[in-house]
Design a protein around this ligand. Structure first.
Ligand code: PMP
Length: 456
């Protein structure tokens, strides 16, 4: 056997050994997953992962392996375990699926689980929809979005977010969700890390997992006013960390960070040179001082915006991102690959929608939230009054209560709310949404109170 064949033979054996060990590791992860499920524990345990991370760093130095390679491989293994352990857990999705099923059978459900305004888009949307055909918006277009629309967005941003931007920094996407997908997919690579402050809308985590990126969770609590610890964020950042996600006003808590705290977090991100993905889709529902991350003029910030909530245009699938030109170009390349361009008729309609005054929507959600707040207080729920967004995120104050079970039961009484588990490790919490008329919300809250009294 030649020297190279011998080495190749050895290489094969090492590869097979790694695969055998991977199988053993996956089986063990499954066993741990079953135990966690029985004990009602969440899948990810940051403390435990950190212990392992430290041991891996020590091992790397002991055996002379580059630390970055060691930690990147560990991230791959940790994500494998998360995928394995996530499958045997009943999730918040079971509640939504059950609600749909019941509606198909003709049962009436009060929807207080959705983040979708029940009211109509501005009137100008209707008229512009009837104009697009004659205006000739019928062809392929620029993957970044129509120049005129991006110009209008730039003016809108200058007026509403007190930030200077330029059409070359903007790309139009089919909703903020797709901007988030584009940003995570183009700026991060498998084995990289992303920091998500929980509770959080699940798409950040799911997008990261989809790309083989490790999510590092910063847990925040009701007791600490949903404010993340600056030290914890700083200590979580390592050489694999590429992005921090912010979402204020927050879904589900409605929190807006105090200026000083946001300043401190941005200072860390800038010093550590990591991307900041700021999902600002609820900015038109900010009921106290709020500032866009754009105001920091940070080259590595990406802000996502949408017409879904501000203009009640969820079904139109239209939003945009603002970033450096370099990032916008990268995101546009992936958008071009995935869908050529966003439908121009819809872009035209959204451009016209920017002319509408949406303060009525803001007032409507604000007064509905007030109702939810009053009722939740009267029911003895534990929560912090939202500073913005469209939700109350509350705890029932019964530590042993299984919220997935409760929300499932509540459905039998005709009310859908979202269990806290969908937003991270928040058993015992529920998200109640203000996306129904006041009378319906009152009715829904009354039923929740009755079921609470009867069932827990
Ligand atoms: N970001 C957040 C925080 C959300 O809550 C949602 C919708 N629930 C989205 C983005 C999705 O927005 P879009 O409809 O523009 O994709």
């Amino acid at each position: 056997m030649s020297e190279i064949d011998k080495l190749r033979d050895r290489m094969d054996r090492i590869t097979f050994d790694i695969l055998r060990l991977l199988k053993e590791r996956n089986d063990t992860a499954k066993e741990i997953g079953n135990l966690k499920s029985n004990l009602g524990l969440g899948v990810t345990n940051e403390e435990r992962e950190n212990q392992l991370r430290r041991k891996v760093v020590d091992l790397c130095s002991e055996i002379g392996l580059d630390e970055k390679s060691g930690l990147t491989t560990l991230n791959f293994l940790l994500n494998e375990s998360i995928k394995i352990q996530s499958t045997n857990k009943p999730t918040h999705m079971s509640v939504f699926l059950k609600a749909k099923d019941m509606e198909r059978q003709g049962k009436k459900i009060i929807h207080m689980e959705v983040g979708e305004p029940d009211f109509f888009p501005p009137e100008i949307v209707k008229t512009s929809l009837s104009e697009v055909y004659d205006m000739g918006y019928t062809k392929y277009g620029d993957p970044r979005g129509m120049e005129g629309f991006r110009q209008s967005i730039a003016s809108h941003v200058a007026k509403n977010f007190a930030a200077k931007t330029d059409p070359q920094n903007i790309i139009v996407t089919p909703g903020a969700r797709f901007s988030i997908f584009l940003a995570i997919s183009t700026l991060l690579s498998p084995g990289n890390e992303i920091i998500v402050i929980e509770p959080a809308w699940p798409a950040y985590r799911d997008n990261a997992l989809n790309c083989g990126i490790k999510v590092r969770t910063i847990h925040t609590s009701l007791e600490k006013g949903w404010e993340p610890s600056v030290d914890e964020i700083e200590n979580t950042i390592n050489q694999n960390t590429k992005m921090l996600v912010l979402n204020y006003p927050n879904n589900p808590t409605g929190k807006i960070l105090p200026k000083k705290l946001l300043d401190d977090i941005m200072e860390i991100a800038m010093r550590k040179n990591i991307h900041v993905l700021s999902d600002e889709i609820y900015s038109s529902y900010a009921f106290r001082d709020w500032r866009s991350v754009l105001s920091y003029e940070y080259e590595k910030a990406i802000v996502t915006q949408s017409f879904s909530k501000s203009h009640a245009m969820t079904g139109f699938r239209i939003g945009y991102s603002i970033s450096s030109k370099d990032t916008a170009d990268k995101m546009a390349r992936l958008q071009s690959l995935a869908l050529t361009n966003v439908s121009e008729p819809i872009q035209y309609v959204a451009m016209k929608a920017l002319e509408a005054d949406t303060t009525g929507n803001t007032q409507k959600i604000r007064s509905r939230l007030r109702i939810l707040v009053e009722k939740s207080k009267a029911m003895g729920l534990e929560f912090i009054e939202p500073d913005g967004a469209m939700y109350v995120f509350a705890r029932f104050g019964r530590p042993q209560m299984d919220t997935i079970e409760f929300t499932n039961k509540l459905l039998d009484y005709g009310v859908a709310i979202a269990p806290g588990d969908g937003f991270g490790n928040y058993q015992g919490f529920v998200r109640i949404s203000a996306c129904q008329p006041e009378e319906t919300l009152n009715q829904g809250m009354k039923i929740i109170e009755e079921v609470m009294r009867r069932e827990i």
